[in-house]
Design a protein around this ligand. Sequence first.
Ligand SMILES: [Zn+2]
Length: 437
Amino acid sequence: MTVARRGAHAAASYLQWRSRHWSEPRLARHLQRRLGRTLDHAKAHSPYYRHHLPSGPIALGEVPRMTKAEMMSHFDAINTAGLHRDELIEFRIEQERRGSTDLYPGGYAVGLSSGTSGNKVLTVLSARERSRYAILLWARSGLPAQLEERRVLFALRTNNPAFTAITALGVELQYVDYFVPVPELVDLVNRHRLNVLAGPPSLLIQLAEHADAIKGPVEAVITYAEEIDPSTKQRLAETFDAHVSEIYQGAEGMLGFTCTTGNLHLSEDTALIELEPAADTLGGAERVVVTDLYRRTQPFIRYELNDLLEVGGRTCACGSAFRIIERIHGRTDSVFLLAGIDGGEVRLMPDYVRRSINQASGDVIEYQAIQHSPEDIEIRLELAKGADEATIRRTIVANLEHWAGRAHGRIGRISFSPEPPARDPVSHKLVRVVSRR
Ligand SMILES: [Zn+2]
């Protein structure tokens, strides 16, 4: 083993250790110190923050918030490496077109994520940040520690050089994008004897339909990029007879990981996470504001996410003091607005829509619910062969009426369309609950 790889393994072990053994006060001290350093660095090196942060100590509440749109419009002043937004975007688009994974001059990896609304978020990582991220993924992605040879099918929207670093840690990665036909994926898995499958749930479920054709054992399944329902998770675990872990991450980095007990924890030592109410009358869904505690080239400070989370306590059998994510509801722009029984509008969080459909029957393979107006919801279903479609449809309608009623709203007209569920043309994600009001 090389010195560099030994160092990376030691760093990964430490990350694993501290997620389980740090007490709450220890974590709080760490957050305070990292936040101070993050703000000091931004003040010293980012023209934007030099202008927007006062000198001297400052409380988090006094730091200005950052939206996705602001991040993009002030990108040139926010980043600390003198990089220019338009040049990076041009570089990344050209790179995607060529299918190459080279680095931007200066050794930066450039990412261009695209939300469903079509507005792009540019991300940039230095060599040091890439290696740190690779170690974090290695430590907390759910790769079984006892697994000697890790050969991973790694599905990404587009290949990004941020990820190639993982090969340096002794993990073999086979990249694919979401458009490789399933029989080709099966062939790839067999040819390279891949024993870990990593991808969005919508792709893994398709692969599960062809599980009989996979020759070798699958040791672990890792999901990300889309919300995963408990029923889908269970189906994957049973089909592949493997542990299924989930990573919760976005353009701003890893925000959550699955522990040995199977709970999803906030990655509280790498990101400071603030939660605020989101007018969820049925549960405790909250909006997320994140401050990355390690990124320097492109600071993410009090950055507002579109995600809605329900976060629970800190008690987990794994020993971690990091809070548990009870539920990822989905994106704020997936919330259904319904006509209120007492007038006005009420909000129905995406998770209730998902539950209404996937709990209707074990024969629901894939689905999508699209709200076109407060009075009009379209549902697309992909069902198992021989499924009782009429009963499933009736159950879905009854479930949706139930949750709408609990929220004091009316569900309106529900129509079932023959269209199959479709990926977003820009992000290539399968967004299961879509609001097009
Ligand atoms: Zn845990």
